[in-house]
Design a protein around this ligand. Structure first.
Ligand SMILES: [Zn+2]
Length: 77
């Protein structure tokens, strides 16, 4: 499975949120916190610019992850 570093942006105001090591080529459903390389947010799950909530903290297979709220972010390679 391929691992790529992608940049994740707020869909509303286009602010950069994370540099993230994404696996595979599918949709972005969650971000494992250990794979967030750079975090530009101040409050977990909220855009630092427009303050829209884009994710909720959860546990997936015993690891902390940020579950993405659909349509709130987009990513680029
Ligand atoms: Zn925003």
């Amino acid at each position: 499975m391929s691992i790529k570093t992608v940049k994740i942006y707020c869909a509303k105001c286009r602010t950069l949120l994370y540099h993230y090591q994404k696996r595979g080529t599918g949709h972005l459903l969650k971000c494992f916190q250990e794979r967030i390389l750079k975090d530009y947010t101040h409050t977990l799950g909220y855009c630092p610019n427009c303050e829209q909530q884009f994710a909720r903290e959860t546990m997936i297979r015993g690891k902390p992850a940020n579950k993405i709220i659909q349509g709130k972010v987009y990513f680029k390679k």
